[in-house]
Design a protein around this ligand. Structure first.
Ligand code: ZN
Ligand code: ZN
Length: 627
């Protein structure tokens, strides 16, 4: 009976460690009897003295009521004086209380002197080191535990696994997995869930899935871990498949799994799925709390539906700084800078103080809407009124803002004078602006800085090569090509996904793998003929430069965006909007092409690329050709 209670306690304790595994009751609900004590009140005052003095139960209740390290220590002394330091149950509780109030060294002193230890003592000590961030001691104690011949259990193993996860220590993680095997615990749901989580966070998603598939029983936590893991590693569509499977086996999604799947929809920009998940949420919850609500704002915004995002935002009873910043960022993605700026004073009125993220969202919104003066104002307000020191993300927005407006030298000066560490995003922003304004010299500087930071990123070489090509410096183009070949660097392939018939269809450049490929190319041919009559001229500047004109045209025609649009047209009802996602930035020629298609086919086309959203209708894009 005593052991059982203690195990509940330890389970609760372990749950402090991780939010993912918060299915166990809060430690306070197990520990606290509801009485409150002033800090530093002598805990053994009248209560114990009036009662039978050596009854351990009174010490236990006194221990449980301790509120700080000092109280625990004085109680520890009293226990020693009263000769009660050989009661394992009391010792374990003392150990636990030390750990709980951040006295891991005191805990270890006690642990070291304990005449006898049981699995609970070991668990508390191992978990205690993990909680204190002393991973070396945590692993050492675990090793000592295994050597002592004790059988590791459902309390010790998960906390060690979680340390491996947090430290991304895959080697140690695999070792613990072997121990789990050795002790025949490989079918334990609790332990396996922790290992799946560890593998996923360490980036070995296939190992996570293998173990997940082998589990005979999976609880909602395990499903959620697996669903989230796929989104984190860039395969959000698998997350959605798993979410459906989870419901098919009869598991009703809880809030955490809902947030996870909402994030998957956001990553994917999957509008039909987003609506489906929203329906589910509506059925289950009467109102949205701040976490789920904020995730949904992001989801709708990234699915290209700004109105729904705003509706969710307006309907939320409680909003925090992240909810506001997410809504501001949403307007930014969609090129509605003015709307984003309007939200800012509204937010201040509610008494919420903006943080670094809010300002990134605001500056981003300004840069993607060409609001130069407003952006400059926000940037100085952030420093002077809110005393926020700009980091590289803020500078990147500023460089983007100034660069796009053609104020290249001002942007360059900003970079030269900044103290924050420069990263590839910053230089890419400058490079992008240099490309728009054909500033070869500065572009070269930006590209070279990029190559210093990321010497193996093929796209930087391609950028530099394109800059030289545009300037007619063919020798330099050839040099870069040779460098790329010798380092075996390949460009990230471009992909475009189009939403049609309740599914996603993926195309790469020159794709012939789709089952309706023939019809797609026929549609593309007729489309291009129609477009050319309306004045569309393919812009071959956007193709690498040393191929001949005809070949260039060939590859340009078959860009993944164009194939996706052609398929979108033949597979969705007339005049309905077409939604697409591109993994890279949409190229200039495809951008022009999309604008023409929107006029000729009378369609609204929503394209999400790596940088932002383009809402194209009647030949005009929301980005103002500024992206
Ligand atoms: Zn293109
Ligand atoms: Zn656009």
């Amino acid at each position: 009976m005593f052991k059982l209670r203690n195990q509940r306690l330890i389970t609760a304790f372990i749950s402090i460690e991780s939010q993912t595994f918060c299915s166990v009751a809060s430690p306070l609900s197990v520990l606290d009897d509801g009485q409150s004590h002033e800090h530093n009140t002598p805990i053994l005052s009248t209560q114990v003295q009036e009662s039978s003095f050596l009854d351990p139960r009174f010490y236990l209740s006194a221990l449980i009521n301790c509120k700080n390290l000092q109280q625990i220590k004085s109680l520890h002394t009293q226990l020693y004086d009263d000769g009660l330091l050989n009661d394992l149950y009391i010792l374990n509780k003392l150990l636990y209380m030390y750990v709980r109030y951040n006295g891991v060294d005191d805990a270890y002193n006690l642990f070291d002197k304990m005449p006898e230890r049981n699995p609970v003592s070991w668990s508390v000590m191992i978990g205690g080191f993990a909680k204190a961030g002393n991973y070396k001691k945590c692993f050492e104690t675990f090793r000592e535990y295994i050597r002592s011949g004790e059988q590791p259990d459902v309390y010790t193993l998960p906390s060690v696994v979680r340390v491996c996860r947090d430290r991304l220590d895959l080697k140690m993680g695999r070792l613990v997995h072997q121990i789990v095997h050795k002790f025949g615990l490989n079918m334990n749901t609790f332990i396996c869930a922790a290992i799946v989580d560890m593998y996923a966070k360490c980036g070995v998603i296939d190992d996570a899935r293998k173990l997940f598939n082998m589990m005979t029983k999976r609880d909602i936590t395990t499903w959620t871990v697996m669903i989230g893991a796929y989104t984190a590693c860039g395969n959000a569509s698998e997350s959605l498949v798993l979410f459906d499977q989870m419901q098919e086996v009869g598991i009703v999604p809880d809030k955490i799994s809902m947030v996870t799947v909402v994030n998957a929809c956001a990553k994917l920009g999957a509008m039909h799925k987003a609506k489906h998940v929203h329906d589910l949420i509506r059925r289950q919850y009467r109102s949205l709390d701040v976490i789920l609500g904020t995730a949904m704002i992001d989801m709708y915004a990234k699915c290209g539906n700004l109105e729904s995002a705003r509706e969710i935002f307006n309907g939320m009873k409680e909003k925090n700084v992240i909810s506001w910043s997410t809504m501001i960022a949403a307007y930014g993605y969609h090129g509605k800078g003015q709307k984003a700026l309007e939200l800012f004073p509204m937010m201040s009125k509610t008494g919420i103080t903006p943080n670094k993220i809010t300002f990134v969202s605001l500056l981003y919104a300004c840069s993607h809407s060409g609001l130069v003066e407003e952006g400059l104002q926000v940037f100085s307000q952030m420093q002077e009124k809110y005393f926020i020191k700009p980091d590289v993300k803020h500078y990147t927005c500023m460089v983007d803002l100034l660069g796009r407006a053609g104020r290249l030298h001002q942007a360059f000066n900003l970079i030269e004078n900044m103290t924050a560490e420069k990263d590839e995003g910053l230089w890419s922003a400058l490079l992008g602006a240099c490309k728009i304004y054909n500033h070869v010299e500065m572009a070269q500087k930006a590209a070279e800085s990029l190559l210093e930071i990321q010497p193996h990123n093929a796209s930087h070489y391609v950028s530099l090569s394109n800059i030289y090509a545009k300037a007619g410096k063919w020798e330099n183009v050839a040099k870069i090509r040779t460098q790329m070949v010798s380092q075996n660097l390949k460009k990230t392939p471009g992909w475009t996904w189009v939403e049609a018939r309740n599914d996603f269809h993926r195309f790469c450049s020159g794709d012939h793998t789709h089952s309706e490929s023939k019809a797609i190319y026929e549609k593309l041919d007729s489309l291009i003929q129609k477009l050319e009559l309306c004045g569309y001229v393919p812009d071959t500047n956007f193709v690498l430069h040393d191929v001949n004109e005809e070949l260039k045209l060939g590859s340009l025609y078959a860009h993944s965006e164009k194939l996706a649009i052609a398929y979108g047209i033949i597979s969705t009802p007339e005049k309905s909007p077409i939604r697409m996602t591109k993994n890279l930035r949409v190229c200039g020629d495809c951008h022009t092409f999309i604008k023409f298609v929107s006029t000729v086919e009378k369609r609204e086309i929503i394209v999400r690329d790596a940088k932002r959203f383009h809402h194209v209708s009647e030949g005009v894009c929301s980005c103002g050709d500024y992206w």
